[in-house]
Design a protein around this ligand. Structure first.
Ligand code: Z5A
Ligand code: MG
Length: 235
């Protein structure tokens, strides 16, 4: 199904390796767009916020709205229990929960875009596939549940070598945070690249990266205005 409307917001996805600075850039970006009078909202999958020290602190106090559709739901809570090792969930089952967590946000996402709000998403279906396939699940099977999600206008992949990521701290505490696994995840991310992707070197300073991100995003917002919203990811 194709939604027909003009003057819509853009859908921007920030993806990347662990500790690449995705959440940092997402928050700076939304603040910056709003400062410039551009309506913008942040969504995150799964809906969690990491404090500067690296520990999870749940919902960001200033972003209760932005973080609403994911972690606050019962599906989001199951994912949270899994990621913090409070609960074991079979690999296929957790994959489907991550996907369901995106689907349950789609109505809200579309209404924001239609209302002219640009939506920034911190991780999307690409993370979903990269992490599950790195565990050994079949790549084609992994993509299937997310087929038909709203297609991003731009995917910015923040690329950081695993060795650099380790230096940023808080590494090793959670599920998935080993070097070998992270390398596999990156390889699968690379296989998922398509025309909407731009790869940015994430080894630069926060401000430098922000400038690069902003440049790409401003161009995309302009170019997407007259385009239809597409609900055909991986179709
Ligand atoms: N997962 C999944 O399996 N399936 C799915 O469908 C989805 C996710 C959506 C949790 O995700 C896990 O869920 C994740 C994938 C899996 N697994 N892991 N591992 P998450 O998004 O909640 O992951 P996170 O652990 O909160 O984010 P992150 O990737 O590790 O970090 P980040 O957001 O990219 O980076 P950051 O928090 O902005 O920055 C990290 C630190 O580096 C912080 O101290 C910053 O101050 C510092 N930093 C940031 N930028 C810079 C620069 N430019 N220079 C120096 N230092 C910097
Ligand atoms: Mg993050």
């Amino acid at each position: 199904r194709i939604l027909n409307n003009l003057g819509r917001g853009a859908l921007i996805v920030i993806e990347g390796c662990d500790r690449a600075g995705k959440s940092t850039q997402c928050m700076k970006l939304v603040d910056r767009l709003e400062d410039q009078g551009i309506k913008a909202r942040l969504l995150k999958f799964p809906g969690m916020f990491r404090s500067p020290s690296g520990s999870r602190i749940g919902q960001h106090p200033d972003m209760s709205f932005a973080y609403q559709p994911d972690r606050s739901t019962s599906i989001g809570q199951m994912i949270n229990a899994y990621l913090t090792n409070a609960k074991d969930i079979e690999d296929h089952a957790i994959h489907l929960l991550f996907s369901a967590n995106r689907w349950e946000a789609m109505t809200h996402l579309k209404s924001l875009l239609i209302a002219g709000t640009t939506v920034i998403i911190d991780r999307y279906a690409y993370s979903g596939v990269a992490f599950s396939a790195a565990k050994g699940l079949d790549l084609k099977w992994c993509k299937q549940p997310d087929v038909g999600l709203v297609t991003p206008d731009l995917v910015l992949f923040l690329d950081l070598p695993v060795e650099e990521a380790e230096k940023r701290g808080g590494f090793g505490g959670e599920r998935y945070e080993t070097k070998a696994f992270q390398k596999k995840v990156r390889d699968i991310f690379m296989d998922l690249r398509d025309r909407s992707w731009k790869i940015l070197d994430a080894r630069v300073s926060i401000d430098e990266l922000h400038a690069r991100v902003l440049e790409e995003v401003m161009r995309t917002i302009e170019n997407s205005k007259a385009l239809q919203i597409r609900e055909d990811l991986w179709k």
